[in-house]
Write a protein that binds this ligand. Structure first.
Ligand code: ZN
Length: 160
């Protein structure tokens, strides 16, 4: 079995090179933009809901390898999930990257996202990894026209 660190690097490189769901959605009914000023990561998440379920998800943006890979893996993890399930995965992911003790994790829920435990060693990278999730949450809440910032959770668009 590969070491977690190797697996982490391999998955990040793969998702950075071939991001999943990397496109806008023609029929998006929810979207939100996220920005991490510390690194310059900027992403836009598009959703098409089917009732309470995420039917389709896509993203666009630019940023570092970790933010792109994390967004790519987030989209793969939540596609077909309900809002509640998505919130549970986000909570687990947040605990994981914040370096909380491992026994609180539900490995089935996190799946491949568990490789992001590696970012806890790099505090600045935690925001790169969680940007996708904060943006997804804003999109689900229908906070359109706002940019979610990792520094200020919800910021109005600056004029102009
Ligand atoms: Zn970044």
């Amino acid at each position: 079995m590969l070491e977690l660190r190797e697996l982490y690097q391999e998955l990040i490189l793969d998702h950075n090179k071939n991001p999943r769901n990397y496109h806008a959605l023609d029929h998006a009914d929810h979207e939100a933009e996220g920005f991490n000023p510390l690194c310059g990561d900027r992403i836009k998440v598009f959703l098409q809901m089917d009732g309470d379920k995420i039917k389709e998800i896509g993203f666009q943006g630019s940023g570092c390898a970790i933010s792109k890979a994390s967004t790519s893996m987030m989209t793969a993890a939540v596609k077909g999930k309900t809002k509640q399930e998505t919130e549970e995965i986000f909570n687990q992911f947040h605990l994981l990257v914040a370096g909380k003790t491992i026994e609180t994790f539900d490995q089935n829920l996190l799946g491949k996202l568990a490789v992001f435990s590696g970012v806890r060693e790099f505090p600045v990278r935690v925001k790169c990894a969680t940007l996708a999730w904060h943006t997804l949450r804003a999109a689900l809440k229908g906070e359109e026209g706002k940019t979610v910032s990792t520094e200020i959770i919800s910021t109005e668009w600056e004029a102009g």
